[in-house]
Design a protein around this ligand. Structure first.
Ligand code: HEC
Ligand code: HEC
Length: 220
């Protein structure tokens, strides 16, 4: 963990300690799937509602910016961009942190203080932010990542790496986060577990993971 991340973690723990203990206990799942999907599609047909969800999400993100950056573009390699991520995927991940299907020392606690409406607005806000691509440091490595991606990943993540619904957007994602995440799926440690990803990740070598991460960062 970098000194900057440690400092943020410390600040966050202080913030936590200041929130009512009652709010931190237990987990209230977001609405059932169909309800979330219906609510997201209603917003597409409601420009004013869409705008106010984004504005409310931006307000609720005042604390997230410490790690995920302004508008969800992270400056830290081990923290993912949330900008441009699919709203439904973000809500599923928040539920996974909340009920223990995904584990992170910090995020698993934090999501418990977010109310369902805040989660929804945060997801809509982040989904509507732009994420800039990062040029590859090693173009040959990125090219090998591109061909591996075309063989093994496009079927679910799409040719541009934008994903769909609960399949994550990978385009423009942070290099360090992508590598750690693929290794977490591969290791079977339970930090990340999803049957659709575990099998795929178990077939990846370290070199392939590095190449894929380098390529995915370059995608707009
Ligand atoms: C102290 C730093 C920190 C803060 C503050 C923080 N996060 Fe995170 N967040 C992380 C880290 C680190 C991860 C990656 C965890 C992992 O490896 O699984 C993460 C992951 C996530 C993910 C999963 C993204 C993905 O691509 O799967 C979501 C969603 C998320 N955070 C939302 C939020 C929201 C919303 C807030 C504010 C309410 C917030 N985070 C505040 C550090 C932070
Ligand atoms: C069968 C469909 C499928 C295939 C094939 C697949 N993925 Fe995934 N991927 C998913 C799903 C679904 C998720 C979300 C899983 C979860 O909730 O943890 C995901 C999540 C991820 C994540 C986590 C993103 C984040 O923001 O945390 C990464 C990284 C990833 N995939 C990379 C890859 C790569 C690289 C390949 C090819 C080697 C690949 N995936 C192939 C379905 C797939």
């Amino acid at each position: 963990m970098s000194p900057r991340t440690s400092l943020l973690l410390l600040m966050s723990l202080i913030w936590f300690a200041a929130t009512p203990a009652q709010a931190v206990q237990g987990w209230m799942p977001s609405a059932p799937r169909q309800e979330i999907e219906a609510r997201l599609s209603r917003l597409q047909a409601d420009p004013d509602g869409h705008k106010s969800a984004i504005a409310a999400g931006r307000r609720a993100a005042f604390f997230c910016v410490n790690c995920h950056g302004d508008s969800g573009v992270s400056a830290l390699q081990d923290v993912p961009n949330l900008a441009g991520q699919n709203a439904y995927y973000l809500l599923v991940q928040i539920d996974k942190f909340g009920d223990g299907r995904r584990k992170d020392a910090f995020m698993s606690g934090l999501v418990k203080v977010l109310k369902p409406d805040e989660r929804f607005n945060l997801a809509v806000f982040y989904a509507n932010q732009a994420v800039p691509p990062t040029p590859a440091k090693n173009p040959a490595q990125a090219a090998s990542g591109a061909s591996h991606f075309a063989r093994a990943c496009v079927g679910c993540h799409g040719a541009q790496g934008h994903g769909t619904r609960e399949v994550a957007r990978l385009a423009g994602q942070r290099n360090g986060y992508l590598m750690t995440t693929l290794k977490n799926y591969r290791s079977g440690s339970g930090l990340r577990a999803d049957p659709r990803m575990t099998g795929v990740a178990q077939r990846l070598s370290d070199a392939e993971i590095a190449a894929l991460a380098s390529y995915l960062g370059t995608l707009p």
